[in-house]
Each structure stands twice: as C-alpha cells, then as structure tokens.
Design a binder for this molecule. Structure first.
Ligand code: GRF
Length: 203
C-alpha cells in the first residue's frame, strides 16, 4: 500500500514509519511526504531518502479552503491508499477530508476523547490525571474527533513537566503509529461508519 505522510515540523513519527518499513515491520511504501511548512526539517530527510516531497507553506495563505484544495490535490496526485497525519498541525476542512474518510489517520498526544486540540501535556497536568497517552484515530471534519483505532497509555509521574510527558510519550507514539498504520494498510482494520472493524470484530 502507498502512504502519503503529512507533517508540519520535526517528523519523528515519519521517521518511525520509515524505519518500520526498512525493517520489514510495515509492508507499505511512502509515496509522498507533504508539509504545510516549507522549512519542515522532515522534508530534508525525505529528500535524502529519495522520498517524493511536496511543501506549500500555509502561513499567510489567505483563502483557507483554496489552500486545502490545492494541498490535497497534490497529495491525491501521489495516489496514496492511506494518508497519515504525523505531527500535521493544520486543521483540514470537511471538503478536504470527505474524499479520504476511512483512509486518513492522525496521531494525537492524548487519550481521546480527552484533550482534543493543543497543549495536551499541560492540560493533563493541570487536571491532575494519573494517566496520559496517545491515540490514533480516523480523521473526520471534527478536530481530533474521529473513531479511535488504538491508544498507548503511560503513567503521569510526580514532578512531571509537560516536556517530560512529551519526551516519555514520543517513543510510545512511534510504536502506536506503526501498529495502527499496519492494521489499516493491511486491511485488517477499517472504519465502518463511526465504528471500527478489525478482523470482523467491532472495536
Ligand atoms: C507528536 O507528539 C504528535 O503526536 C503531535 O505532534 C508531535 C509531532 O511529532 N501531533 P513529530 O513531528 O512526528 O516528531
């Protein structure tokens, strides 16, 4: 299966997918790395690995819908079977998401449905939660709101700062994303309305 990976910055989740493919743990190919930041560091590593890239800076792009349309047209041109948002920090509108319902995943650093949106680590600490984690979900028009495919959990430790949580969560995200992408790319799991079917069993 062909993946299009969308990033906005560092791209460590992108690297995790690449490493899993190289190690034979993920049977897929990355057909395109696309970014809404022309200066995303992940673009340099993709080019060094001969992975096709597309970048269109969304800062000061004016008409949001027009930018989304052009960006998703470039992604579609790579003919991906699955789009993976991996540290992609721009909300795509309903029109952009519609054609990809069930074929677009996002990884979000919280135990959804808790803490959609930004600053999840700070919010976990502010709430005094004993647990934190990450979620991979199918993307819908609702921000961080689609059906959750898989989650990784970890304890919040005394004295944790937001940076501690982010650092401890990141390797868990990498493992979670590889497993979730493999489950969908292999056809083992798929979105069925608002539910998720894995091997005929509703999650
Ligand atoms: C990750 O924590 C991801 O969950 C969130 O932003 C961060 C991106 O990391 N969306 P990277 O760009 O994949 O390194």
């Amino acid at each position: 299966p062909r993946l299009a990976v969308l990033v906005s910055g560092r791209g460590s989740n992108f690297d995790a997918l690449r490493a899993a493919i190289a190690a034979g743990r993920l049977h897929a190919e990355i057909a395109l790395l696309a970014s809404n930041r022309a200066d995303a560091p992940a673009l340099v590593r993709a080019r060094a690995a001969d992975i096709a890239t597309f970048a269109s800076d969304s800062r000061g792009s004016g008409d949001r819908a027009a930018w989304d349309r052009a960006f998703m047209a470039a992604v579609a041109a790579a003919q991906p079977d699955l789009i993976v948002l991996a540290g992609f920090m721009r909300r795509l509108d309903a029109t952009a998401v519609a054609p990809w319902l069930g074929r677009m995943l996002n990884i979000h650093p919280s135990l959804l449905p808790k803490y959609p949106g930004l600053d999840t680590h700070q919010r976990v600490l502010a709430a005094g939660d004993a647990e934190h984690g990450a979620s991979v979900h199918f993307v819908t028009a609702e921000l961080d709101g689609g059906p959750v495919l898989a989650q990784a959990r970890m304890p919040v430790l005394p004295g944790d700062t937001p940076a501690d949580l982010a650092a401890r969560l990141l390797p868990l995200e990498h493992q979670l994303l590889v497993a979730a992408v493999a489950a969908v790319a292999s056809g083992r799991c798929r979105m069925q309305g608002t539910a998720i079917l894995c091997g005929g069993q509703i999650l």
